[in-house]
Design a protein. Sequence first.
Lengths: 126, 419
Amino acid sequence: MVMAEGLHAGFPSPAADYTDRIDITDEIIHHPDTTFYARIEGDSMCEAGIRSGDIVVIDRSLQAGDGDFVAAYIDGEFTVKEYRFDPNHNCAWLIPHNKQFSPIQVTEENAFVIWGVITYTIHRFA
Amino acid sequence: MFALADCNNFFVSCERVFRPDLRDKPVVVLSGNDGCVVARSNEVKRLGIKMGVPFYQIQNEVKKYGIVHFSSNFALYGDLSSRIMRMLGRHTDNLQQYSIDEAFLDLSHLHTSDEQIQLCRTLREQILRGVGVPLSFGIAPSKTLCKVAADYAKHYDGYHGVCIIDSDDKRRKALADYPITEIWGIGRQSAAKLQQAGITNALDFAGHSEYFARNLLNKTGWETWRELNGDPCILSRELPAKQSITCSRTFAHPVSDRTLLEQALCDFCSNVALKLRKQRSVCHQMVVFAHPSRFNNQPQPAINDTISFAIPTSNTSEMIERLLLAVRQQWREGVQYKRGGVILLGIEQVRGLQQSLFDDRDRQRDNRIQLAIDKVNAHFGKNTLRQAVTLPTDTKLYEVGQKSPAYTTNLREIITLHV
């Protein structure tokens, strides 16, 4: 396979990317094709360590289980809460992690979608 | 057997991933430059609004039904497309991407219909949950029949997104209700000839003799006849163009060396870029892919990236630069790649000043011009030059849609979660 003449000018340096450095994305992203990011705004999850300004990593391929933190869409808004399923009352709960907020009950009346499961939060200190 | 994986209303579905509130709302996506409808939600299709209609012509419907409109967000569509293609590619030895939202899967490693249906159901479920885009699958012995099956899967809820043509009975039933004008590979002219001969549906056509098909139609028409009769003859030839230019090849020996793979892909890239310039076009997107062979039947990671150009381009060095960045990010040590290629999408004619610039087909001169343009861009900023050379001279008389954020490709534009 021969490349056409004169095309070498725009090549990035071939030495630039032969490194074995730790790549943190490999560690925190297990399913790159189904992973998305979102910015957090608000304090309802601050006691769980998800704080305003954080970037959360969301894996959509994971099935949300009881007690998972989820990115959910409810009645026109995206939010992040702990997900609790309540089979006895045929409903679910979105539990905030901040005493100043109350749990949200989710019934069939609500427009509700679990958008993905939160796997990491990235918080900036400095 | 093959399967066609076809994303439903792809651009609209991409917008809805990040706007769950639009799930049941009428939505259109408009082309970037001229404000024509290029994607419609089912709600919009039901209103009778046609593909390609200029947006200003449907202003009444927009107001009356509250149609939500977006400008094309190629960065978003390209990224979601690559995710989907990579997910599909993990389950077949041979994935043939046909457009930004369609791909053929070779299912010859699955021997029963049940296994084939099960795989497609699983893929559909995985992609719907994992990416958020709904797909339809058509399984059949030939690619043309796959198209027919996928259409049934898309239009009838009873199939749950997967339709298979695996018997002559099913093939006949499917073709009997399939209008001649809808058949893949039958253009307007061929359709008119067939209609003159009294043929209205696909079964009529397939039921005529091979001699008839060969005499009345061109080579594509004859191949289509064979395909409708279950004889897969569209294998390696370039698939009927759908606003795309493809160069892809199966390597004589699987390639694991990165430099060798890069050289091959750059070679493909300069081929398609030259074709693009020869037809005086530019492209918005370039798909680069390399599919691995299955090692001990273990799925290996494929390379698949959809590169979006903010400014549509035909510039070889710019395209190769982006291609190499993508390949270097996704190439994995030890993977044996057995097929690679480059597909250009979102192709449009060069307009205005640019047209005269690219009249000359001399490569050296092209490169000098490309270099000069790059220098000017670097100095004055890309947007200025783009407006000067690519904007149509007539001003826009209509309001175009709001472009959605680059949710997945720009960290400053990711969604915000209010908690």
